[in-house]
Design a protein around this ligand. Structure first.
Ligand SMILES: NC(=O)c1ccc[n+]([C@@H]2O[C@H](COP(=O)([O-])OP(=O)(O)OC[C@H]3O[C@@H](n4cnc5c(N)ncnc54)[C@H](O)[C@@H]3O)[C@@H](O)[C@H]2O)c1
Length: 359
């Protein structure tokens, strides 16, 4: 990771983050503080008292922490235009596949219309601005053919979450063609990239229906861990991997605003593949809870992809990004975070940030 470049490009810069109260957003606040940026956040309030944002008192890392709905386009525009950010990181989303089956319309509204709202606010912004629009590895049509997705692969989406994010990609592309076209760069001065990363793990995720929080809850409550899809594989990566990648891409875009207006995959190495069951076993061993019982839940469940892999060659070629921690290291770092609750939360996060970025 080119930490010098990040410092150069973010020091004293204004960064607007949507979704700053979420899991990735909270870690991003800490990194941007280290880089010396000035941050304004826009998101709903954290759902739970113990969410990472609350534990960190995340508002202290923001020049202003706005608690509001991304569907309130007038307020969103007002805040973005008043702040005149150099960068926008759009993370706000209904980010859970299973919840998207319960609330498909809300998922489409928040994810797709929310993204359009951010892009439209950028349209009204007079200054130069780099936009990093966070989608996901799940934007691809997935026939489970066993090869890794490249950015030019067909978009699709079986479940409402995946479809809502694939739709984001189409909206982003449309804004790029219609309003932020490279031909008119000197007029609009906007650069937009979409970023597709894999399943993220790391300390401080307390979401429902995600593997690591589910394991941690089972260990703490002395109940068996129920695995829904034990043989499914995912591009597991530590939360610092995609965040480092988003920042590195944004820094390159700030330097060369006409060069990177496209989609980027940021996944682990293709051969760094673990199943849900392997991740679980590895986590409980690193946590020191080897006696923990694992149960296979073979009831009928909503459809979730079994096989997902990303090809990140383009990121390597264009911005020299490669993952730093493999899946095993990511699991160990994550287990260390949860197992050492006697160490203050921000200290645990900062130790990992320094370890990741400084080495
Ligand atoms: N965590 C993962 O494994 C993963 C993988 C791929 C992509 N992503 C994407 O990364 C982004 C961040 O994910 P995360 O894990 O931090 O999710 P999260 O659920 O922890 O955080 C979501 C954030 O979005 C905000 N938000 C939700 N609805 C909103 C609304 N109506 N108005 C304003 N803000 C709203 C929440 O308040 C929160 O700040 C999302 O776009 C997600 O789809 C996550």
């Amino acid at each position: 990771m080119n930490y010098t470049l990040l410092k150069e490009q973010f020091k004293n810069k204004k960064v607007f983050i949507t979704g700053h109260t979420g899991f990735k957003g909270s870690w991003l606040l800490l990194i941007l503080k280290e880089l010396g940026a000035q941050v304004r956040g826009f998101a709903l309030a954290p759902e739970n008292e113990h969410d990472l944002f609350n534990q960190l008192n995340g508002a202290q890392y923001c020049e202003k922490s706005i608690i509001a709905n991304i569907l309130d386009v007038e307020q969103l525009k007002k805040e973005i235009i008043a702040f005149q950010p150099d960068y926008i990181f759009h993370l706000a989303a209904q980010a859970l596949v299973r919840k998207s089956y319960e609330n498909p319309i809300e998922t489409y509204m928040v994810n797709t219309i929310g993204t359009a709202n951010v892009l439209d606010a950028m349209r009204s912004l007079p200054n130069a601005c780099v936009g990093i629009m966070v989608t996901t590895d799940k934007v691809y049509e997935n026939p489970e053919r066993g090869t890794a997705f490249v950015e030019s692969d067909k978009l699709g989406g079986y479940d409402p979450y995946s479809a809502s994010k694939a739709t984001c990609e189409i909206v982003i592309d449309s804004y790029r063609n219609s309003f932020f076209n490279l031909q008119d760069f000197n007029v609009h001065k906007k650069s937009i990239a979409s970023v597709r990363a894999g399943n993220v793990i790391g300390g401080g995720d307390f979401s429902k229906d995600r593997i690591i929080p589910d394991i941690v809850r089972s260990i703490q409550n002395h109940t068996p861990i129920n695995l829904r899809n034990p043989n499914a594989t995912r591009p597991w990566q530590h939360v610092l991997e995609p965040l480092g990648a988003y920042l590195l891409l944004a820094a390159h875009m700030h330097q060369h605003p006409e060069a990177y207006n496209e989609a980027f995959n940021f996944g682990p190495a293709i051969d760094d593949v673990l199943t849900v069951k392997e991740v679980t076993q590895s986590f409980i061993s690193a946590f020191g809870a080897s006696q923990q019982e694992i149960a296979i839940d073979d009831k009928e469940h909503v459809h979730e992809a079994k096989l997902l892999m990303l090809n990140s060659e383009k990121a390597k070629l264009k911005i020299n990004w490669t993952p730093k921690w493999n899946a095993t290291e990511a699991i160990q770092q994550t287990a260390w975070w949860y197992a050492n609750s006697q160490i203050e939360v921000s200290e645990r996060c900062m130790a990992q940030i320094n370890n990741y970025f400084a080495s």
